[in-house]
Design a protein around this ligand. Structure first.
Ligand code: GBH
Length: 483
């Protein structure tokens, strides 16, 4: 469906690459860093493919200069990375000691990025709750304590970076922390109702509590930034939500068509509706009843209107098939199935190394439009987009580096984004490819690679750019308007 005339992106469009602290840093016990829930989770046998952890990862803690050189080689204008809370406050809490060395590490990194002409985009939280907070009071489950501790951590960070950072992201993908951490148990801290997976957890209530608490912590951090820093620092702040496109399994079946919106509401509007409309989606209230926490006036006042931009992580699409009958108590998706093929056996897209990911670029354009219509055409920053490649980890190096599949993914997705901007009036202003380099892919360990750069874990974490690393600049050059 691409346009005949090349769609454009505005001349001030910012693009670059994204990573997250636990996935790249390593240095897990260095210079006073405390453990997070992921350090603990990785030690439980069977949780991580290949038994890996982020102990060393890409060793970026010792290789910031290499990462910056890499960003320059790729022509990146910006870099989205996350800060490890337990490097800054090893125990995590508001009355716990602050680790100067942790702060200095990121301060130097930001200075070095700026010296290299690269704009930092900083995520405060990419799933790594300090382990001590989980132990002390149940971490994300404890509203009063968690909100207070996160607020304190956020203020420490805002203070430390002054006006040097202009783009802040509070939370990365609260859906993942809530659902994967507290419903399926696939991610830290691994709580679930499924007693074959974990002894503890209640997937029918905890994810909704955690989602609520994260929203309030986000709102509280935004208020601190706006009240105490924004005027002098001139930056902006928002949350990043994950979400993929949904097409009906059977387009002739109204129940499947309806289920598509419901799927997106359970994945995205759960968080975006409170932020943009001051309430949870009706479909969720209807299914979850009083298991969905209700808003006090003070809470919703913090959350409503708390985005300066919409941070969008997007990877793929699914076919959606409505379930018949009453939803199960532990259902988190809206009483529907996520499928990779439709009724006629058409695949969403080609198979990748990630079971959940099949590229479908037109879905990106459709979701950009869907979000823009529902939320009043907010400024959108795409904070992650990328793909794994089937069998990549087992390829001979030469073949692995020639990742035309990934290049095509970026061509298609960036093209679809330009179409959304040019043809649908979507206000998309930035794009960060996931990821700058292969890294610790959470429960998938190191077997699934998402990088535009190959990391040789056997040889000193040596970085070798793949074909895609050098292609994204060219793709953007064909779209971005010249001044
Ligand atoms: C992003 O999440 C993360 O922000 C990033 O850290 C990660 O490396 C990157 O994706 C690549 O995975 O197992 O069927 O329940 C993307 C959103 C949502 C995608 C959960 C995988 C698992 C679906 N993720 N989904 S399933």
């Amino acid at each position: 469906m691409g346009s005949i005339v090349q769609s454009t992106l505005p001349s001030d469009f910012i693009w670059g690459f994204a990573t997250a602290a636990y996935q790249i840093e390593g240095g897990f016990n260095e210079d006073g860093r405390g453990p997070s829930i992921w350090d603990k989770f990785c030690k439980i046998p069977g949780k991580i493919a290949g038994g890996g952890s982020g102990d060393v990862a890409c060793d970026s803690y010792h290789r910031t200069h290499e990462d910056i050189a890499l960003l320059k080689t790729c022509g990146a204008q910006a870099y989205r990375f996350s800060i490890s809370w337990s490097r800054i406050i090893p125990l995590g809490g508001r009355n716990d000691p602050i680790n100067k060395k942790g702060l200095q590490f990121y301060q130097k990194f930001v200075n070095d990025l700026l010296d290299a002409g690269i704009t930092p985009m900083v995520t405060l939280f990419h799933w790594d709750v300090p382990e001590e907070l989980d132990r002390r009071y149940g971490g994300l489950l404890n509203k009063e304590e968690f909100v207070a501790d996160f607020s304190h951590y956020a203020r420490v960070i805002f203070e430390a970076f002054g006006s040097k950072v202009k783009h802040w992201i509070t939370f990365n993908e609260p859906w993942c922390s809530s659902v994967l951490g507290y419903n399926t148990g696939a991610f830290a801290p691994g709580r679930t109702s499924d007693r074959t997976i974990s002894d503890v957890g209640d997937g029918s209530t905890e994810p909704w509590i955690v989602g609520h608490n994260i929203l309030i912590a986000h709102g509280a951090a935004v208020k601190i930034y706006r009240d105490e820093f924004k005027t002098q620092d001139g930056g902006e702040i928002g949350i990043t939500l994950n979400g993929d496109w949904a097409d009906p399994w059977d387009p002739e079946n109204p129940a499947d068509v309806e289920a598509c919106d419901r799927k997106i509401e359970f994945a995205i509007s759960w968080f975006a509706d409170p932020i943009y409309h001051g309430k949870y989606p009706d479909s969720m209230i209807k299914q979850l009843g009083n298991r969905l926490p209700s808003w006090t006036p003070e809470e919703i006042a913090l959350v409503h209107g708390s985005n300066d931009f919409y941070g969008m992580n997007h990877y793929c699409a699914n076919y959606i098939r409505a379930k018949t009958g009453e939803p199960e108590l532990d259902d988190h998706a809206g009483n529907l199935e996520l499928l990779l093929e439709d009724k006629y056996g058409h695949s969403v897209g080609p198979i990748t190394q990630s079971p959940w990911l099949r590229p479908c670029a037109i879905g990106f354009r459709k979701l950009l439009k869907w979000l823009s219509e529902r939320y009043g055409y907010p400024k959108i920053y795409v904070t992650e987009n990328g793909t794994s490649v089937l069998g990549e980890n087992d390829m001979p190096l030469e073949q692995l580096l020639d990742d035309e599949f990934r290049v095509q993914y970026f061509r298609d997705y960036i093209g679809a984004m330009a179409d959304a901007y040019t043809l649908d009036g979507v206000n998309v202003r930035a794009y960060m490819a996931w990821s700058l380099m292969d890294n610790f892919e959470w429960a998938e360990g190191y077997e699934t690679r998402f990088g535009v750069t190959y990391v040789d874990y056997e040889n000193d974490q040596k970085r070798i750019p793949k074909k895609s690393a050098m292609s994204i600049r060219n793709i953007f050059e064909t779209h971005i308007e010249k001044v």
